[in-house]
Design a protein around this ligand. Structure first.
Ligand code: 5GP
Length: 188
């Protein structure tokens, strides 16, 4: 069999409102060697959110996915399920790109436990005020924004401990540059 380097798993995690989605979208635009996984969620689609932002499932379908081992990792986040589908890439050996995941910290730790070589990058917001502004900009109800901010504080404490690298998202350009360098270094 031809020799091919094993695919790298890159996990981008961080509290809500930090800009993870924008960062990973910019990374895949720039680097055709990255393959971005599309998560499953039971959360309702937000107004204006693209249909392919997630695979939007109901609870029964998600729980079937759990039972049949169809998820690489999954968690419950503020009352909804979120998970990374395993079938999309089957075995990692069959994937000829590097796998990029944009997930919250509990799932990130599950991936890291299963694949200790995975690169776990934790992104922090430039400030609490900016994070709150971004969370409010999505149109979520106030109690949901508050819940996400409280959750973010807990996530940060753990994230700083378990991540391979911590990056502050001051500007999107500098953050994407920094992540691209970290990925290049891990590939070498
Ligand atoms: P949101 O509802 O804002 O789209 O996502 C809430 C949180 O769930 C975010 O931190 C997001 O990164 C995370 N998330 C998205 N997809 C997954 C997934 O497949 N697994 C896990 N564990 N978290 C996810």
């Amino acid at each position: 069999m031809a020799d091919r380097p094993t695919s790298l798993i890159i996990v981008v995690s961080g509290p809500g409102g930090v800009g993870k989605g924008t960062i990973v979208d910019a990374l895949v635009q720039r680097d055709p060697q990255l393959w971005l996984s599309r998560s499953w969620t039971t959360r309702a689609q937000r107004p204006g959110e693209p249909d392919d932002a997630y695979r939007f499932t109901d609870v029964a379908e998600f729980e079937r996915g759990i039972e049949t081992g169809g998820l690489l990792e999954w968690t419950e986040f503020l009352g909804n399920y979120y998970g990374t589908p395993a079938p999309d890439f089957g075995s990692l050996d069959d994937l000829d790109k590097d796998l990029l995941l944009e997930i919250e910290l509990d799932g990130a730790q599950q991936v890291k436990n299963r694949h200790p070589d995975a690169l776990l990058i934790f992104v922090l917001p430039p400030s609490r005020a900016e994070q709150e502004r971004r969370l409010r900009g999505r149109g979520d109800a106030d109690h949901r924004v508050q819940a996400r901010l409280r959750k973010a504080e807990l996530e940060e404490q753990v994230g700083l401990r378990v991540a391979d690298h911590v990056v502050v998202n001051d500007t999107i350009e500098s953050t994407v540059d920094e992540l691209a360098s970290l990925i290049e270094a891990a590939r070498r």
